[in-house]
Design a protein around this ligand. Structure first.
Ligand SMILES: Nc1ncnc2c1ncn2[C@@H]1O[C@H](COP(=O)(O)OP(=O)(O)OP(=O)(O)O)[C@@H](O)[C@H]1O
Ligand SMILES: [Mg+2]
Length: 269
């Protein structure tokens, strides 16, 4: 018999989609996450910023159930996933869609087959026609119709992002997780990706979690931003609160990025 499932804390509400509750993670002697508390709100966009080695990717891997916390709880829809075994975790993982850095498309497959990939893995009962309708419908929704027979190498950076997003949306996730969605893109394409993240949140009613080094992007899309330094959340709030509030750590971090924070037009309020 396993241990009884932990009781959710009293402060947890329906709006708390995914909650990190005192999450610690150590690799050997190295404590990479030092007690992280974050409440990812349903249908909001949270952006996690922080320097290299701060623990962002580790946090993301725990979020999507690829890595287990050493201690603490991860409440998803009110249920702690930290103690779950592989079978139960696999069900939980289906709530998440991942948009990887540089889109991570399979170069030997065309756009259609890249997007159909999760359907072939997880929706084996779909007919060929149903699969085609889903894939081509998503291409149209994301504004890249007609590209289904192209190879990834024949696409622009922005188009590749859309294909990566289309693939992530195929299994209808509740939470979309983006790892560095604008890295390697020119400023114009980066702003288009911001728009895409916000449009996707609205259209598909997802919760978005974005890991980013792009402070302009953070200002445009984040309902809430979190600054992670050395495995701890040292500041949280709206981007404006982080930039112009009392917290020196976040004000300095944002000032050092060189953006004109007061001039950026936000896509969300
Ligand atoms: N599997 C692992 N085993 C040992 N140490 C690890 C492992 N994964 C991550 N670490 C360590 O944890 C720390 C945080 O790594 P992480 O990849 O989470 O940082 P990050 O914030 O994503 O950095 P970057 O912005 O450079 O991607 C690093 O010191 C890293 O060496
Ligand atoms: Mg990383």
């Amino acid at each position: 018999m396993g241990k009884p499932a932990p009781e959710p804390p009293e402060w947890l509400t329906h709006a708390d989609h995914v909650v990190f509750d005192g999450v610690k993670k150590r690799f050997g002697e190295h404590e990479v996450l030092k007690g992280v508390d974050i409440r990812f709100k349903r249908h909001e966009t949270a952006v996690i910023i922080g320097g290299s080695g701060a623990g962002k990717t580790t946090l993301l891997r725990i979020l999507i159930g690829l890595e287990k916390p050493s201690s603490g709880h991860v409440w998803i829809d009110g249920r702690d996933i930290a103690p779950l075994g592989e079978v139960a975790l696999n069900t939980v993982r289906k709530k998440f869609g991942m948009v990887f850095q540089y889109a991570a498309l399979l170069d030997s497959l065309n756009v259609f087959d890249n997007i159909a990939f999760p359907l072939r893995e997880h929706r084996k009962n779909l007919t060929a026609k149903q699969m085609q309708d889903k894939v081509l419908g998503m291409l149209a929704t994301l504004g890249i119709e007609g590209k289904d027979r192209h190879m990834p190498s024949e696409l622009s950076g922005g188009q590749r992002k859309r294909v990566g997003l289309a693939r992530a949306l195929m299994l209808e996730p509740e939470v979309l997780v983006y790892d560095e969605p604008t890295s390697g893109l020119d400023p114009h394409t980066s702003r288009m990706v911001d728009d895409l993240i916000e449009e996707t949140r609205e259209r598909f009613q997802v919760t978005s979690v974005v890991i980013s080094h792009d402070m302009t992007s953070c200002f445009r899309i984040a309902h809430k931003a979190y600054l992670l330094i050395d495995g701890a959340v040292v500041a949280s709030g709206t981007p404006r609160e982080l930039a112009f509030g009392d917290n020196r750590l976040s004000a300095d971090f944002i000032a050092r990025s060189g953006i004109a924070a007061d001039k950026i037009e936000r896509l969300v309020e």
